[in-house]
Design a protein around this ligand. Structure first.
Ligand SMILES: Cc1cc2nc3c(=O)[nH]c(=O)nc-3n(C[C@H](O)[C@H](O)[C@H](O)COP(=O)(O)OP(=O)(O)OC[C@H]3O[C@@H](n4cnc5c(N)ncnc54)[C@H](O)[C@@H]3O)c2cc1C
Length: 434
C-alpha cells in the first residue's frame, strides 16, 4: 500500500528520497524514557539492528532497539534496493585468499542471506515490492570473461545453480541499452522498496516481542558491574549484551570499528513517471540491473514506471555538487534516449567499506558490532543479525567465519582513512577483473 500526501507528514523526518516519499504509514515509536533491563540492547534501526532484534526476540531474548532518528533513517531506507547474491568479491578471489573449503562456506552464507531475506518477506507478509530476477551487466568485453569465470566457479565449485550467462544481444534486449557486452542472469537476486522492507522488519520484530524506540540517540555506553549501561538523553538501558548496528556511525561508539571501516557517499535518483511507450524501451521483466564498473551503475523500474538509477561515489561530499549532477550523466550514458529526462528525486547516503570488501563484524566482550557491507547490505546486513544472535546464544562458528576475516585497521583521522580504504578496495577489485 502506498500512502497519500496527507498521510506522509510523519515521513518528512526522513532524508528526502523517492523511497521516503512512497513509504507506508508507520507508527511513531516513543523515545526511551526511564530505565529498562534487558538481555540485548540493539543500537541502530537499520537492517542490521532490525534483523538482530527480530532474531533475538524469536529466540526468547528480551530486546530493546534504540534508533536515533526513525526506523530505516540511514542507508537502509534510501538504498538502491538491489538484492545481490554473493559478496562484493568474486568467488575466485575468495578461493585465492581463503582456500576452497572456506570460500565455499562463505559463499553458502551469502546464498543463505538472500534466501532468508525472501523467506522473511514472505513469512511476515512485508509489502515491499519484492521482485526476483537480477542481471549483472558486463561494462567491458574483458568483464564478460571475468563473469564467465564467476558463473563457472559458482556452479562447479559452490554448486550454485541459479545464475547463467547471457550474450550481448540478450542483455541489449533485456535492458533496452547497447552499453553492455553480455551478463549474468540470476534468478535469486532481485529488487525491493528498501524503506518498506525496514518498516516491515520493524513490525515483525515488535510482533516477536522486541521493543523499539525512535528518536533515542545513544550518547554513552559504559560497563556497569557485570552489565553494560546504554544511555540516551532521556533514558537508560541496563543490558547483558550490546549490539552496535549504527551503519556509518558505528565507529563513533567503538573506535575498533572506526579504524576498520570508511564511509563513501553514494548517489541515486528517480525519474518522473515515464509514459508507457518510453518505459517499454527500458529494462524488461521487472529485472534489477547492476553493471560491473568499479563504481557500479544499478537500476530498475518502479511500479509507477520511474527509472530508479544509482551510481557514483565520493570520498567527500562537495556541497556544490548536487546528486542529480552525478547520477544524470551515468543514466544518460546507459539510456541516451532519456537525455534531459526530469529527475523528480535525487539523493545521497553513506556506504561503508572495509579494506577486504568483506563486512567488519566482531565483538569486544559484551559488545557486538557489524558494518561495512560495501554496497551489499540489503541481504548481508539481514544475515549478520542472525549470526550475531547465534553468537549471543553461544553458537559462534558461523559468526567467527566472518569475524576472523582479516580486515586491515587503518590508523589516522577519518579523512586520511577514507581515500586509503577506497584505494585498497579499488586495487583489489582491479586485480580481480584483470
Ligand atoms: C545510496 C545507497 C545505495 C545503496 N544501494 C544498495 C543496494 O542496491 N543493495 C545493497 O545490498 N546495498 C545497498 N546499499 C548499502 C545498504 O544500504 C547498507 O549496507 C545497509 O543498509 C546497512 O544497514 P545498517 O543497518 O548496517 O546501517 P543503516 O541502515 O545506516 O542503519 C544505522 C542506523 O543507526 C542509527 N544510529 C546511528 N548512530 C546511532 C546512535 N548513536 N544511537 C541510535 N541510533 C543510531 C542511524 O540513525 C541509522 O538509522 C546502498 C547504500 C546507499 C547509501
Amino acid at each position: 500500500m502506498t500512502v497519500s500526501t496527507e498521510d506522509t507528514a510523519h515521513l518528512h523526518d526522513y532524508p528526502q528520497s523517492y523511497f521516503a516519499a512512497t513509504a507506508h504509514v508507520a507508527p511513531f515509536r516513543p523515545a526511551l524514557e526511564g530505565v529498562k533491563q534487558v538481555d540485548v540492547c540493539v543500537i541502530g534501526g537499520g537492517y542490521t539492528g532490525l534483523s538482530t532484534a527480530l532474531h533475538g526476540a524469536e529466540r526468547g531474548l528480551s530486546v530493546v532497539l534504540l534508533e536515533g532518528r526513525r526506523i530505516g533513517w540511514g542507508a537502509s531506507g534510501l538504498n538502491g534496493g538491489q538484492v545481490m547474491p554473493g559478496w562484493s568479491r568474486t568467488s575466485r578471489s575468495l578461493i585465492q585468499q581463503f582456500g576452497e573449503a572456506r570460500a565455499r562456506q562463505l559463499f553458502a552464507l551469502a546464498t543463505e542471506a538472500v534466501e532468508q531475506l525472501w523467506l522473511r518477506i514472505g513469512r511476515h507478509a512485508i509489502d515491499c515490492e519484492a521482485n526476483k530476477g537480477h542481471l549483472i551487466a558486463a561494462a567491458t568485453a574483458s568483464d564478460m570473461e571475468m563473469l564467465e569465470a564467476v558463473v563457472d566457479c559458482r556452479s562447479q565449485l559452490f554448486g550454485y545453480g541459479h545464475s547463467r550467462l547471457v550474450d550481448r544481444e540478450t542483455v541489449a534486449r533485456l535492458t533496452g541499452s547497447e552499453a553492455f557486452h553480455g551478463g549474468v542472469l540470476d534468478a535469486e537476486g532481485g529488487h525491493l522498496h528498501p524503506l518498506n522492507l525496514a518498516l516491515g522488519l520493524a513490525r515483525a520484530a515488535e510482533g516477536a516481542g522486541a521493543r523499539l524506540h525512535e528518536n533515542s540517540r545513544v550518547v554513552r555506553l559504559r560497563p556497569a558491574g557485570s552489565r553494560m549501561l546504554v544511555e540516551t538523553q532521556r533514558g537508560k538501558v541496563l543490558t547483558k549484551t550490546v549490539v552496535l548496528a549504527c551503519g556509518a556511525q558505528t565507529g563513533k561508539l567503538l573506535n575498533r570499528v572506526e579504524r576498520r571501516t570508511g564511509a563513501l557517499t553514494a548517489f541515486a535518483a528517480a525519474t518522473e513517471p515515464l509514459p508507457k511507450d518510453v518505459a517499454a524501451t527500458l529494462v524488461k521483466d521487472g529485472l534489477a540491473v547492476c553493471d560491473t564498473r568499479m563504481s557500479a551503475n544499478y537500476f530498475h523500474l518502479s511500479p509507477d514506471r520511474r527509472l530508479l538509477f544509482g551510481g557514483g561515489e565520493r570520498f567527500r561530499l562537495d556541497p556544490e555538487e548536487a546528486p542529480e549532477s552525478i547520477v544524470r550523466p551515468r543514466l544518460e550514458s546507459v539510456y541516451p534516449h532519456l537525455a534531459g529526462v526530469k529527475l523528480d528525486y535525487a539523493w545521497s547516503g553513506l556506504v561503508t567499506v572495509t579494506s577486504s570488501r568483506m563486512p567488519a563484524i566482531g565483538r569486544e566482550g559484551p559488545v557486538f558490532y557489524a558494518d561495512g557491507y560495501a554496497g551489499q547490505g540489503v541481504a548481508l546486513a539481514n544475515l549478520m543479525g542472525k549470526l550475531i544472535v547465534e553468537a549471543i546464544g553461544g553458537e559462534c562458528s558461523r559468526f567467527e567465519l566472518i569475524s576472523h576475516l582479516p580486515n586491515l585497521a587503518v590508523p589516522g583521522g577519518r579523512w586520511l582513512r577514507l581515500p586509503i580504504f577506497a584505494a585498497i578496495g579499488a586495487l583489489a577489485a582491479l586485480r580481480e577483473t584483470h
